[in-house]
Structures are given as structure tokens and as C-alpha cells.
Design a protein around this ligand. Structure first.
Ligand code: UD1
Ligand code: UDP
Length: 366
């Protein structure tokens, strides 16, 4: 039996190809939702859009401090794992749900597979970097999206036979939903936008939006891009960012702020944007996969592949840098190879997990 532990928007999206694969093969599995994300547009909207089955368990932990939230998830995951006794637990990414799931499972001697293993920003001030490092070192199986990620794991002394390069399940999710998005989503019409005639923004990193200075600078940079190109700036805003914009009274002149949108709508917004500006990990990857230039509102990234292929650039949070890099990205050629695989990561991971749960395999080396 496979236990799929998830809790936030990107985990639901990036686990969806795994869940679909388990359903298609009629495997014995269940979904355990931590409840880290709980607002309709951060949680349920994705189960509906992606037509995913209901989680068997939802811990409803909600928001909290890092330790408080992680502790609640650990205790809840432990109870469920003791009751269900799965053969393997799967987690995806770098959130507090991931680290809690990994620690709870490992201490019960249940094998854990970490999907999207080996990402490193080398910036330990990011809560996600701590989660990634611990999750990778405690997990039994590491599903690395790229060869670069595999090399980072090897450099940290992780055994080769625990690692398999699978590609990133976000490619599967994009390919599986792109056509559906074209058919079902009508957000461009609803917002009165023409293809390539707007820029798309997301931002929610703690180190960006919880700092009034950084948030103010990002807003000023977006306004400068809006003024220079006379393009609408579309900003579906994460609830954390909304809270901070209100708390710090950040002016958002010329920026169209809206609630977060569903995955099909977001894919439509991304694939038709002239430029994407973001501090999200998943959005950097998707822009690269969809052939849309990206400016990352950070000074580092754990997605260096997007920069190497010329799809992404690091601008930090300074207003003048954001404008300068926007000029540079808009002037550059826009064709590159997607470095994240060909959309079969979910199938590969589930095939490997089946072999592991039947006890046929111990090494997953690719
Ligand atoms: C979390 C992850 C981050 C990931 C992001 C995806 C950690 C440490 N952070 O950040 O890596 O990129 O999810 O979006 O795990 N809130 C709501 N409704 C919700 C969820 C959150 O209103 O459904 C608000 C609350 O005010 C909450 C704040 O957002 O305090 C932050 O939520 P939290 O889950 O702590 O972190 P994220 O910023 O969402
Ligand atoms: N996303 C979405 N609607 C939005 C904003 C983002 O569906 O309004 C999706 C996006 O397509 C991507 C994922 O959310 O797959 C990224 O999640 P987020 O930025 O919250 O987290 P991160 O990837 O940084 O961990």
C-alpha cells in the first residue's frame, strides 16, 4: 500500500500525476492531506480542477508557526501511519508537510520516497531549503527531477542506489491539463486580455512578502514594468501576500490583483503571457516548460536548469533591477529545451514504488 502525503497547492498539483497513475492501475493507495492549505482557492479548487479523489484523511492543521505547524502534522501523520501501516510513503517538494511526513514515517521504519529530491538554493535562510536537506537525508528513495539534482545529492554523500532521475511531475501535470485548459478555461476573455499583451505575476516567498521593504520594492518594480510597456500586470495573489499587502499598506498602482485562480485558468494565463515575474518554484518551471520568459524575484534559485537554458533570470527584489531584467528578457530569443523531462515522471515513480512494495527491488539507481 502507498500513502501519498500532501498539504499545499503545489503538492496537490505535482502529486496529481502520481494519483492518476495509482487510480489508472487500480493500486492500493490513499491520500493523507495535512490541511496546511485549506482556503478553497488554495486547496479544494485543485481537487475539482484535476478531478482527484477525496483524501482519505485530512488533518486540518491549518496555519501556524513553523515548529507548531510541523509538530501538528507529524503527530497526525504518525497516527494515520500506525493505523494504516503502508509499505511506502510518498512526499513531494519542500514544505512543512513534507518534512513532517518524512520524519513521522522514518521513525516508524516505514520507507519514504521523496519526489523532487536534490533541489538546492544553498540558502539556509529559506525554510524550504532546511526542509529539502532534511527530507533528502532522511528519505529512503530520492526521485530527482534532473541530473543536476542527482549530482547535488551525491555531493552530499547520499548513496547512488537510493537515487533515480525521473524528470519533474510538473511536466506530466502541464501536458495532462494543457488541452483541457484550452477548452475549459476562459479567463483571458473574462479579464479582457489578449495573448502576449499582459504580464503575469505571483509572489509569496516568506523572505519577500513578510518584509515590507522587499514587498514595497517588488510592487515598485511591477509598476515600472507596467509603465514602460503599457501592459496589464495580472497578479493572482497568494493569501499570505494579500495579508502582508494589507498589513504594510503597499501601493499597487497599475497592478490587477485578484484571488488565486484554478490550475486550468493559471495554465491559460501563463501560456499566453508575454512575461512571467515570480518567486514561486513551480511557476519558474512551468514558464520554462511553456516557452514563456521568466524573471525570478529572488537572488537565488533551486531551479538553475531554467537559467542555464535561457528561460529564466534572477532579478532579486530591487525595482530598477526588475525593470532592467524585464527589458533584457523581452529582447532575448524565446526558444529553449525543457530540462524537466518528457512527462513520464509519475509513471516511472509509481512503477518503481510497486516494485519496492512487492519487495522485488532495493536499489532504484537510474
Ligand atoms: C507554503 C510553503 C511554501 C510553498 C507554499 C505554496 C512551507 C514552509 N511553506 O507557504 O514552501 O511554496 O506553501 O503555496 O511549508 N493561508 C491562507 N489560506 C491557506 C493557506 C495559507 O489564508 O489555505 C495564509 C495564512 O495567513 C497563513 C499564510 O497564508 O498564515 C502562510 O501559509 P503557510 O502554509 O504557512 O505558508 P505558505 O506561504 O503558503
Ligand atoms: N498556481 C495556480 N493558481 C495561481 C497561482 C499558482 O494554480 O493563482 C499554480 C501554478 O500553476 C503552480 C503552483 O500553483 O503549479 C505553484 O504553487 P506556489 O507558487 O504556491 O508554490 P511553489 O511552487 O513556490 O512551492
Amino acid at each position: 500500500m502507498i500513502a501519498i502525503v500532501l498539504g499545499t497547492r503545489p503538492e496537490i498539483i505535482k502529486m496529481s500525476p502520481i494519483i492518476r497513475e495509482c487510480e489508472a492501475r487500480n493500486l492500493d493507495y490513499f491520500i493523507l492531506h495535512s490541511g496546511q492549505h485549506y482556503s478553497y482557492e488554495m486547496d479544494r479548487a485543485f481537487f475539482e480542477d484535476l478531478e482527484l479523489p477525496e483524501p482519505k484523511y485530512n488533518l486540518d492543521v491549518g496555519s501556524g508557526t513553523h515548529a507548531g505547524q510541523t509538530a501538528k502534522i507529524m503527530a497526525g501523520v504518525e497516527d494515520v501511519l500506525i493505523k494504516e501501516s503502508p509499505d511506502i510513503v510518498l512526499v513531494q517538494g519542500d514544505t512543512n508537510t513534507v518534512i513532517a511526513g518524512v520524519l513521522a514515517a522514518a521513525k516508524l521504519h516505514i520507507r519514504v520516497g521523496h519526489i523532487e529530491a536534490g533541489l538546492r538554493s544553498f540558502d539556509r535562510t529559506m525554510p524550504e531549503e532546511i526542509n529539502r536537506v532534511v527530507a533528502d537525508h532522511v528519505s529512503d528513495y530520492l526521485f530527482a527531477p534532473t541530473e543536476t539534482a542527482r549530482q547535488y545529492l551525491l555531493a552530499e554523500g547520499i548513496e547512488e542506489n537510493k537515487i533515480c532521475v525521473t524528470g519533474n511531475t510538473i511536466v506530466d501535470a502541464v501536458l495532462q491539463n494543457q488541452e483541457l485548459s484550452k477548452k475549459k478555461a476562459d479567463i483571458l476573455d473574462t479579464l479582457g486580455l489578449a495573448p502576449r499583451e499582459y504580464v503575469l505575476v505571483t509572489a509569496h516567498r516568506q523572505e519577500n512578502v513578510d518584509s515590507p521593504e522587499n514587498l514595497w520594492n517588488i510592487a515598485a518594480g511591477l509598476e515600472a514594468v507596467h509603465r514602460e510597456y503599457s501592459l496589464p500586470v495580472i497578479f493572482p495573489m497568494h493569501p499570505r501576500t494579500r495579508k502582508m499587502v494589507e498589513r504594510f499598506a503597499i501601493p499597487l498602482d497599475g497592478i490587477s490583483v485578484m484571488s488565486p485562480v484554478g490550475f486550468l485558468e493559471f495554465l491559460q494565463l501563463e501560456s499566453n503571457a508575454r512575461l512571467v515575474l515570480t518567486d514561486s518554484g513551480g511557476v519558474q518551471e512551468e514558464a520554462c516548460i511553456l516557452g514563456v520568459p521568466c524573471i525570478t524575484l529572488r537572488s537565488n534559485t533551486e531551479r538553475p536548469e531554467t537559467i542555464e537554458v535561457g528561460a529564466n533570470i534572477l532579478a532579486g527584489t530591487g525595482a530598477s533591477e526588475i525593470l532592467a531584467f524585464a527589458r533584457q528578457m523581452l529582447a532575448q530569443p524565446k526558444s529553449w529545451q525543457n530540462p524537466y523531462g518528457d512527462g513520464i515522471a509519475g509513471r516511472m515513480i509509481v512503477t518503481i514504488c510497486r516494485g519496492l512494495s512487492r519487495g522485488r527491488k532495493t536499489s532504484i539507481k537510474s
